[in-house]
Design a protein around this ligand. Structure first.
Ligand SMILES: Cc1cc2nc3c(=O)[nH]c(=O)nc-3n(C[C@H](O)[C@H](O)[C@H](O)COP(=O)(O)OP(=O)(O)OC[C@H]3O[C@@H](n4cnc5c(N)ncnc54)[C@H](O)[C@@H]3O)c2cc1C
Length: 309
């Protein structure tokens, strides 16, 4: 541990790989440790990423890792970072194989745990016919009967939004809806059907969705289901270091608080991608990783010395 890395990046999804590319091109000694569980890995394609629209996620991550091979100062390692200690000027990291590494800067690009409603049948269709983001998946289910499973504050907004992709949209509140007359006034003219029956299961083979089944025995045709998610920290590293967590937002319940240069509240610790945003997407993760890496390179410059007067 005598020769610390300039930066250790924890996580090799869109944010981490993008950061590693910028750090490698800046000739900074960089170790990227990745457990290989990118949040969108079960999706058929990445929707809405310029130059890579509908490309399978794994193909993008493979291409990112291949590009890094051109930069000798970057090492990519599989595994989990399980522990981190702030040594004051450097960080000591412990990997799950028992090895230890030291770094002058750490970039958390660990992604988030997307928690979806615990309705039977959602998990097996997650990222396919059940999705959280119409911008990512709406095109693939356009013009089909669609549903929104939500009764939170944004349920009406989500149902109206989904109308851009289909004329046949049902808002499934999974129990009595708590909507005001203003909400109903917005749904009815848009042709959104309000369905308050309790959802018992999703029907359809494999990851395909054909219908929503209610506990009263009825069914409604539905081939794509938008669900509300909340994003939670998937790694404890930020809290191990005592980094400030932002107030809960509409999407991320516990994003790491960052400034515009992706600095956390802990000097030398940066965070990029889903881990610190309310706007998760592959494009924003790529941009965040790139900007964070440039900020880290600047942060590695020697500090001005002040001689005593
Ligand atoms: C099902 C689904 C489908 C989606 N579809 C789209 C889409 O079509 N278009 C779009 O723009 N966005 C989509 N998104 C959102 C998008 O996938 C994310 O915003 C983006 O992947 C975030 O990138 P990231 O690098 O921050 O995190 P991730 O891609 O999640 O990568 C984080 C990486 O860090 C690793 N990691 C975590 N903890 C550790 C640790 N302690 N040690 C080592 N490694 C660790 C993980 O294993 C993972 O490989 C989708 C999300 C989901 C859940």
């Amino acid at each position: 541990m005598n020769n610390p890395w300039d930066c250790i990046i924890v996580g090799g999804g869109a944010a981490g790989l993008s950061a590693a590319l910028v750090l490698g091109r800046a000739r900074r000694r960089t170790l990227l440790v990745d457990a290989g569980e990118q949040s969108n890995r079960m999706a058929e394609g990445i929707g809405g990423l310029l130059g890579h629209d509908r490309r399978p996620p794994e193909a993008l991550y493979r291409a990112g890792r291949d590009e890094l091979a051109a930069y000798p100062s970057v090492e990519v390692r599989g595994g989990h970072v399980v522990g981190v200690i702030d040594g004051g000027g450097t960080f000591d990291l412990e990997l799950d194989d028992g090895s230890r590494e030291q770094a002058r800067r750490v970039l958390l690009a660990t992604g988030m745990d997307y928690r979806f409603p615990e309705v039977p049948g959602v998990a097996q269709r997650w990222g396919r016919s059940v999705f959280h983001c119409p911008f990512c998946h709406g095109w693939e289910v356009r013009d089909r009967p669609l549903g929104v499973l939500d009764r939170g504050a944004l349920a009406v907004q989500r149902a109206l939004l989904l109308r851009f992709w289909s004329d046949d949209v049902t808002l499934l509140t999974n129990g009595a809806a708590d909507l005001g007359s203003g909400d109903l006034d917005r749904l009815q003219p848009a042709g959104v059907v309000l369905e308050e029956r309790v959802v018992g299961a999703l029907r359809g083979p494999g990851s395909t969705l054909e219908a929503v089944a209610f506990t009263d025995g009825g069914e409604r045709r539905c081939e794509g289901l938008l669900v509300a998610v909340t994003l939670h920290q998937r790694s404890t590293l930020a809290t191990q270091l005592g980094a400030r967590i932002a107030e809960p937002g509409p999407v991320a319940a516990e994003a790491v608080a960052i400034d515009t240069m992706f600095r956390t509240s802990i000097p030398g610790l940066f965070a990029a991608g889903d881990v610190g945003t309310q706007s998760p997407s592959v494009a924003t993760a790529v941009a965040a990783g790139s900007t964070a890496a440039a900020a880290i390179v600047h942060d590695l410059l020697p500090r001005p010395t002040h001689s005593a007067p």
